[in-house]
Ligand binder design. Structure first.
Ligand code: UD1
Length: 420
């Protein structure tokens, strides 16, 4: 298995281009099987999760072709040949659950193995299933699988107990072809939901209110092919913002939507980082003054994103003062703490809260990438640590960051990839 070797690198400096959003492209790819026409998706990031989604769609009957030079993929699903997502693929990527809504809407049947993916909490799917039930589906939960069947999906009113991103997307996709009107209340408001709704509307769907907590979907007879460019990845953007802050560097980040990273901007500014939004991108400077502690509480969008929590924790170990981080979205998202402490951090976890003592001198160590974002957080810590940090299980990082090593190297980071 591959590893990253990371050496202390000094301030990162230069320009970096952000890729298309992982969390936007995956549901959009799944949605493309709602039509028998060809869909073209552009600004697709080069990620392992995208490869898994390609394989998953092929297994249900989609023809997928790629144009690497243009970062485009074409998906055409004339006929669904299997209503089942195979376990080998589902266990590699939790977002596989997102094919369930489109399969159910297109064929009246969807069967899926219970999902794997990042090991961050139980991550149940009962809200997805509640939505399908209200739309008229019969749900059978067997050993290791869930099956939904329906003659004809009918619109309905669904209140989500928690604004789950995946449940909002799955229900929205299923409802596009249901008879009548569906209303999702307490819906997730993430930019990726808006991007998916824009894609579906270009296919002929009638969706209003995406980006607010109430989404209205008027069912249509069928959907058609379209072309769509994926939004920039706000978590990759945040990662390079933290990289600039953490290394006391100066980075121009290109292809960003500043509105999507508002909470990250606010918190970095509180710490003393300077952020300037210009025509050519967002400049992030951590080199202008001593940086200080801040407190963070993760929340559904537009709150502070849980996907940035481990990256901020890594950064906060290097600033003056003590910070408190509270994780409210996932119940088990502190697995990186042990790894950061091995590198000399002083972080104490008590339930949902973590207390981070700043101004630590980090030391290189052998650490394990416990999930996608935690892996990136450890790489950034390695850039500040004396000696060499060996980050293993980097397949997590490659699931969700496009050319991470190459982009960091372009900014002056000392990082190499080795095969074990
Ligand atoms: C998506 C993102 C992930 C991000 C997360 C929260 C994708 C592919 N992944 O994941 O990067 O960290 O949003 O911003 O877009 N929950 C339930 N029941 C359900 C569904 C969810 O209890 O039926 C809980 C989960 O266990 C978790 C919380 O809701 O504690 C958030 O989950 P959700 O918003 O569904 O996240 P994902 O869509 O899995």
């Amino acid at each position: 298995m591959a590893k990253f070797l990371v050496d202390k690198s000094g301030p990162l400096f230069g320009e970096v281009e952000i890729s298309g959003s992982k969390n936007a492209v995956l549901p959009i790819m799944a949605a493309s099987i709602l039509t028998e026409d060809k869909c073209e998706i552009t600004d697709v990031p080069a990620l392992r999760d995208v490869d898994v989604m390609c394989k998953l769609l092929q297994s249900v009957g989609a023809k997928v072709t790629e144009d690497y030079s243009e970062n485009s993929i074409f998906i055409e699903t004339e006929k669904i040949i299997a209503e089942e997502a195979p376990y080998e693929l589902v266990k590699r990527m939790r977002a596989s659950i997102l094919v369930m809504g489109p399969l159910l809407a297109r064929t009246g049947k969807a069967r899926i193995s219970l999902p794997g993916g990042c090991a961050i909490g139980a991550r149940p799917i009962e809200l997805h299933l509640k939505g399908f039930r209200i739309l008229g589906a019969k749900i059978v939960e067997g050993h290791g699988y869930v099956e939904a069947t329906v003659d004809k999906l009918m619109g309905g009113k669904i209140y989500l107990d928690f604004p789950s991103v995946g449940a909002t997307e799955n229900i929205m996709m299923a409802a596009t072809l249901a008879e009548g009107v569906t209303i999702i209340e307490n819906a997730a408001e993430e930019p990726e939901i808006v991007d998916l709704a824009n894609f579906l509307n270009k296919m002929g769907a009638k969706i209003k209110g995406a980006g607010t907590d109430t989404i209205k979907i008027e069912g249509v007879q069928d959907l058609h092919g379209t072309k769509h460019a994926v939004i920039p990845d706000r978590i990759e953007t945040g990662t390079f913002m933290v990289a600039a802050a953490m290394t006391r560097g100066n980075i121009l980040i290109k292809n960003v939507v500043p509105d999507h990273v508002k909470p990250v901007i606010a918190k970095l500014v509180e710490c003393g980082v300077e952020i300037e939004d210009g025509d050519d991108g967002m400049r992030v400077r951590g080199d202008l003054r001593p940086l200080i502690a801040t407190d963070i509480k993760t929340m559904p969008y537009p709150g502070f994103p849980t996907d940035m929590q481990s990256l901020f924790m890594s950064f906060l170990t290097t600033v003056e003062g003590t910070s408190v981080v509270i994780e409210t979205v996932f119940e088990n998202r502190y697995m990186h703490v042990g790894e950061l402490n091995r590198m000399g951090a002083n972080i104490k976890v008590e339930g949902k809260s973590a207390l981070i003592q700043g101004k630590r001198e980090l030391q290189g160590a052998q650490v394990i990438s416990t999930d996608l974002r935690a892996g990136a957080a450890l790489v950034l810590a390695g850039l500040m640590a004396e000696g060499t940090t060996e980050v293993s299980e980097i397949y997590h990082i490659e699931r969700g960051y496009s050319f991470f090593m190459e982009k960091l190297r372009g900014l002056g980071a000392k990082i190499t990839r080795i095969e074990d």
